[in-house]
Each structure stands twice: as structure tokens, then as C-alpha cells.
Design a protein around this ligand. Structure first.
Ligand SMILES: CC(C)(COP(=O)(O)OP(=O)(O)OC[C@H]1O[C@@H](n2cnc3c(N)ncnc32)[C@H](O)[C@@H]1OP(=O)(O)O)[C@@H](O)C(=O)NCCC(=O)NCCS
Length: 177
């Protein structure tokens, strides 16, 4: 049976779920993220509660959780940066291995992208490590393309990551207003 997948914005009281998903993602795919598992494990539980509470209501940063048959199985963060350009980003994307290739990642990116568009974004950016070929192909399949911007991965300076962008369709921008 194909499991049903749904995505919902994090709720203020979901600090524990958020901590479990973050540590699971850092344990399973450490190559994909800026933070380390040690960072997450050494952080106070209260900091996850505070982040969940903020991400549940903020207009500039949010987290969305993927559920399979009601069980948390993935997450993504969406935020605007604090430059004058106020660029919109998705990051921290992870789908549990048991439910990969079922379009959960696509649902997360589309939901986070729709929320950013609703808050005024007309372009959605994502930093992806060049070595993370799966994620690169995933984002390309979803219509993201290169911006030409690159930087060193802070956690592993010998590696490079590239900035990808997807334009929000005009109909979607109008729809969200
Ligand atoms: C990248 C990731 C989120 C994809 O999640 P997913 O739920 O398996 O992806 P989807 O099922 O929504 O895939 C959508 C499309 O992306 C492409 N895609 C997904 N995974 C892919 C892979 N491993 N290789 C090549 N293309 C892939 C495919 O075109 C796919 O469509 P298809 O199944 O019809 O061929 C998941 O593999 C993951 O969590 N990886 C580890 C963490 C990570 O790398 N995060 C990204 C940090 S930048």
C-alpha cells in the first residue's frame, strides 16, 4: 500500500517532534546540513521548544513537517534572509529513508514555497552541496536552476555548495494574495 503523505506547518508545542526530526536528519544525512549531530544533541530541549513556537507563527521563518499515516517523517525550513533583498530560502530538507521517492520531498518544497510566495516571495532559493548529487537532481527535477553563486561549505571548507533558484509562477503569486 502506498502511504498517504501530508504536510503541515509546525505547531508551537511541537518542540520534541522538531528535535527528533532534526537529530534523525543529522544522524542519517550529516553530509547535507550545516549543523552537526553533536550541535543538536548538545542543545537544550528548551531551544527546540522556542524554535517551534517561533516557526509556528512567524511571518519570516517557518518549519513544515511531513507526515506519513500521521507519523512525522520529514521536515523543511522556509525563511527570508535579513538582507535588503529579503531573499526567500528553503533549507534543512529531509525525508526519512523509508518514505523516499514517494514525492514527500516535493510536497515539502512546494508547501514551503507556497508559504514563502504567500509572504511575498517571487523566487525561492536553496543552497545545495555540489557533492550531494541526489539533492542536486531532486531540486533540478522540481524546476530549480543554477544562479551561478557558489560558496564554501562552512562545516567542510574543502567542499563547495551552489545556490539554486526557482521562480514562483505568476498565477501562484496572484493566488496567494
Ligand atoms: C533529497 C530528498 C529530500 C528527496 O526526497 P524524496 O521524498 O525522496 O523526493 P521525491 O520523491 O519528492 O522526488 C521528487 C523527484 O526528485 C528526483 N529525485 C528524488 N530523489 C532522487 C535521487 N536520489 N536521485 C535522483 N533524483 C531524485 C526525482 O526526479 C523525483 O521524481 P520521481 O520519483 O518521479 O523520479 C531525500 O532524498 C533526502 O532527505 N535526502 C537526504 C537529505 C538531503 O540531502 N537533503 C537536501 C539538503 S540540500
Amino acid at each position: 500500500m502506498i502511504p498517504s503523505l501530508t504536510v503541515r506547518r509546525i505547531a508551537a508545542e511541537q518542540g520534541t517532534v522538531f528535535r527528533e526530526l532534526r537529530t534523525a536528519s543529522l544522524r542519517e544525512a550529516p553530509y547535507a546540513f550545516g549543523a552537526t549531530l553533536e550541535d543538536a544533541l548538545s542543545a537544550e530541549a528548551a531551544s527546540f521548544d522556542a524554535t517551534a513556537a517561533e516557526h509556528a507563527v512567524s511571518f519570516s521563518v517557518s518549519t513544515f513537517i511531513l507526515y506519513t499515516e500521521g507519523h512525522p517523517a520529514g521536515l523543511i525550513e522556509a525563511h527570508f534572509d535579513d538582507t535588503a533583498a529579503r531573499r526567500a530560502f528553503v533549507c534543512e530538507l529531509w525525508v526519512a529513508p523509508a518514505v523516499r521517492h514517494l514525492r514527500g520531498g516535493e510536497l515539502l518544497v512546494d508547501t514551503a514555497g507556497a508559504w514563502l510566495a504567500g509572504e511575498g516571495a517571487d523566487e525561492i532559493y536553496a543552497w545545495v552541496a555540489d557533492a550531494n548529487r541526489n539533492a542536486m537532481r531532486f531540486y533540478e527535477a522540481l524546476g530549480f536552476g543554477p544562479t551561478g553563486e557558489h560558496r564554501r561549505v562552512e562545516r567542510a571548507p574543502e567542499q563547495v555548495e551552489s545556490l539554486l533558484v526557482r521562480h514562483v509562477p505568476v498565477t501562484s503569486q496572484v493566488h496567494q494574495q
